[in-house]
Design a protein around this ligand. Sequence first.
Ligand SMILES: Nc1nc2c(c(=O)[nH]1)N[C@H]1C(S)=C(S)[C@@H](COP(=O)(O)OP(=O)(O)OC[C@H]3O[C@@H](n4cnc5c(=O)[nH]c(N)nc54)[C@H](O)[C@@H]3O)O[C@H]1N2
Ligand SMILES: Nc1nc2c(c(=O)[nH]1)N[C@H]1C(S)=C(S)[C@@H](COP(=O)(O)OP(=O)(O)OC[C@H]3O[C@@H](n4cnc5c(=O)[nH]c(N)nc54)[C@H](O)[C@@H]3O)O[C@H]1N2
Ligand code: SF4
Ligand SMILES: [Mo]
Length: 715
Amino acid sequence: MIGFRAMCRFVIFQAQLFIDFAKEFMSFSESKWLNSTCPHDCPSTCALEVESDEQNQIKRLRGRKKHPYTDGVICGKVANYAKRHHHPDRLTHPLKRVGPKGRGIGAFEKISWSEALDLTVTALKESVETHGLESVWPYFYAGTMGWVQRDGIERLRYVMGYSRQHSTICVGLSDAGWLVGAGEKRGVDAREISETDLLVVWGGNPVNTQINVIHRFQQACRQRGTKLVVIDPYKTDTAKRADLHLRLRPGTDGALACAVMHILFRDGLADWAYLKKYSDDPQGLAEHLQMRTPAWAASITGLSVSEIEQFAELYGSNPRSFLRLGYGFTRSRNGAPNMHAVSCLPIVTGAWQYPGGGALYSNSGMCPFDVSEIKGLDRLDPSKRVLDQSRIGPILCGHPPDLQGGPPIKALFIQNTNPMVVAPETDLVRQGFSRDDLFICVHEQFMTETAEMADVVLPATTFLEHDDCYSAGGHTFFQIAKAVVPPLGECRSNHWVIQELAIRLEAEHQGFLKSEWELIMGMLKKSGYQEKIPLEEKSFEIDLDLGFEKMHFLDGFCHEDRKFHFRADWTYWGQANQEMPTFPDHWEVRDHLSHEKPYRLITPPARWFLNSTFNEMSLSQDRLLSPRAWMHPSDLKQEGLENAGQIKVGNERGEIEISLEANEEVQPGLVVIEGLWANRAFPAAKGVNTLTSADVALPNGGAVFHDTTVWVRAS
Ligand SMILES: Nc1nc2c(c(=O)[nH]1)N[C@H]1C(S)=C(S)[C@@H](COP(=O)(O)OP(=O)(O)OC[C@H]3O[C@@H](n4cnc5c(=O)[nH]c(N)nc54)[C@H](O)[C@@H]3O)O[C@H]1N2
Ligand SMILES: Nc1nc2c(c(=O)[nH]1)N[C@H]1C(S)=C(S)[C@@H](COP(=O)(O)OP(=O)(O)OC[C@H]3O[C@@H](n4cnc5c(=O)[nH]c(N)nc54)[C@H](O)[C@@H]3O)O[C@H]1N2
Ligand code: SF4
Ligand SMILES: [Mo]
C-alpha cells in the first residue's frame, strides 16, 4: 500500500515537473530579453536585461552578465521590478482631486489628459497673471536619473522664466568638499577595486546603497586578500564585513582624517616626492597637523587612540588603498570640510599613483556632452530667483528671506520627487502643501504622500516605457536605453508632458519639438560622439574612462596650478564662507547637544527602499515590518527605556513616535533610524524628516540629514 502511494506521489511529482517545464519553455519561447539601464538615484546605474512577453508584461529583470561593471549583479529591489511596474496601485489615468488633501486615491476622480493639462496650464497662467512669473516653481529631483526625463523640466522653466531651483538635497555638501581639493568630480574607475590591497568605505553603506562595491570587494578579497575598513557611527551590514570598523561620532570625520595624517607625517609614511609634485602646500599642512594628535581626535570622535593608530598604520603601509567615499559623512553642517579633509589622505600617501589606489567619491562630473538643448540652457536667465530645494517647507510657508523679496509660490509643478517624505522639516512642508491658495500638479507613478496633496495628478511611465540616457556616479559608462514595452494605460513620459505643457503655454524651443531619441542623438553628435551611435536604433553605451593617467590625476589635479589643494578656497562659493577652515580640521558647527537634547540622530537609507521609492512594495513592508529606532542598551538604561516597545523622539521642530530596538552596535549617544518610510507608516503619521533641519550648510547649501539633536521619551 505504502509503495503504491509513494509511486502515485512520484508520478504526480514528475507530472508537475513536466508541466512547470512546459510553462517555462512556452514562456521562454514567447518572451524576449532586451537591454536597459536602472534609472534610480543610485551610484551603480546597473546595466540590465529585461524580459517581457508578447502581451508586454514585464517578467524578469537581471544584471547584465557581460557588462564590465555590473557583472550580472543587481540589488533585490530592482530584480523584483516587474512587481512594481505592474503593481495594482500604479497610476494609469490623470486625476483631479475632488475631496480633501492627503486622503489617498479616494479623494480623486478620473479625468482626460486634455482636461488635466488644461487645468494645469490655466492655473500656471493665473499664477503668472496675478503674482508674476516667479510665483511658479517647477520642482524636481531624481526619481529617474535619465537626462531627458529628469532635466526636461529645466527647459520649460528657463523658456518660461519661472523660479529656478538650487538642487541641494543630496550632493550639495559632498560636491563642494570634493571639488575644493581635487577640482573635478571624478575619481578612480571602480573596476580597480579588484586591484586594491585596502578598501576604505568612509561614511557609506554599500551593502544597502551600492551592492556592486561589495561584489568587487569580494572578488578582490578572494584574489589578493584585500582588507576592508569601514568608518561609520554604527555597525551597518557593510561594517559587519570589515576587518576594522571605526565607530565614530557623527560629524567628526575631519578630526579623524587629521589625526591619521598627523600619524602618516610623524611615522614617515607620507610620500614627500608625490606631495611636492601634486599638492599646493604639503609643508604647511604638516605643520598645521602637529597639534591634531590622536589624543585630540580621540576626544572628538569617541574612538580610542589605538583604533586611530591602527587605522593610520594600515592605511599608510598599503599605498594601494582605495577610498570609497559615501555621502553619509557629508550630511552634516561641517560636511563639506569633512569631505575635503578625508580626500586629502591619498595625497599624503601618494596612493593615487598606484593601480587600485586613490579615491572615488563620484564620477558623475565626467560629462563630455553638450546638454544645452536638453536643459534649454540657452534660455537660462541668471536674474531669475533661485530657490533652495531643501527649503521647500519654509519657502511654501512664505518665509521672507527664502522668497528674497519675490512673490509667494502660487503654483507647483512636480516631477520625479516626493518632498512630503524626503525633504527636511516635514511639518512645514505639510503646512505649505496644505495651503488652499497653492495650485499643485504632481506627475507620478504612484499616489505618494506628495501626490495626495495635489490638485491634479498625472500618471507617469517607468524607465521600461520611455527612452533615456544615463551617466553614473559609481562607474564610467554612459548608457542609452530604449523603452522595453509601451506605456501602461494612459501613462505618459515626463518629456511628453513637458512638450504638451509647452504647446499650451506657447513656450518655444527646438527641444520641445524633438523626441527623446532625437534629443539624445543630437547631443551625442554635437559633442563629437557620432561614430559611437549604432546603425540600428537600440540600447547602447559608451565607456567614458579617460585611461589610467588621467583617472589618477597623474597629469595634475583640476585647478589652474594643476595641484591638489590642501588650502581650501571656500570663497569660490561666496565671501561669506571665509569663516570656514582653510586646512583640514574639525569644524564644530554641528547641531548643539544639550541637557534637553542629549542624543544625535542619523537617518540613513534602508536596503529595501530607494529613498522613498519602493515604499509601495509589500516586499519592503514584509522585510522591515515597520520603522524602528536603534539605540545602545546603555542609553536605554540611562533613560529607563529598557522595556519600552515604542518611544517618542523629538526636538524643536516636532515629535515622532516609533518602535524601539536595543542595538549593541550603535555608538552610545546615538539614535539611528534607517529608511525613508512614508509618514503614514509611523504611529502618529509623522516620519523622520519631521525632526531634520532645513538649515543651509556652508559653503553652497546642502541638507544636513545626519546632523540632528533630539530627546527621547517613553511613548
Ligand atoms: N537601498 C538604497 N540604496 C540607495 C538609496 C536608498 O535610499 N536605499 N539612496 C540612494 C541615494 S539618493 C544616495 S545619495 C546614496 C547614499 O548612499 P550613502 O553614500 O551610503 O550615504 P548615506 O545613505 O547618507 O549614509 C551612509 C552611511 O553614512 C553613515 N553616516 C552618517 N553620518 C556619518 C558621519 O558623520 N560620519 C561617517 N563616517 N558616517 C556617517 C550612516 O550611518 C550610513 O551608514 O544611496 C543611493 N542608494
Ligand atoms: N531623512 C533623510 N531624508 C533624505 C535622505 C536621507 O538620507 N535621510 N536622503 C536624501 C537624498 S540623498 C535624496 S537624493 C532625496 C531623494 O528624494 P526623491 O528624489 O524624492 O526620491 P524618491 O523618494 O525616490 O522619489 C522619487 C519619486 O519619483 C517618482 N518617479 C520615478 N521615475 C519617474 C518618472 O520617470 N517620472 C515621474 N514623473 N516620476 C518618477 C517615483 O515614483 C518617486 O515617488 O531624499 C533625501 N531625503
Ligand atoms: S537601484 Fe542601484 S543597485 Fe539596484 S539595480 Fe538600480 S543601480 Fe543597481
Ligand atoms: Mo541622494
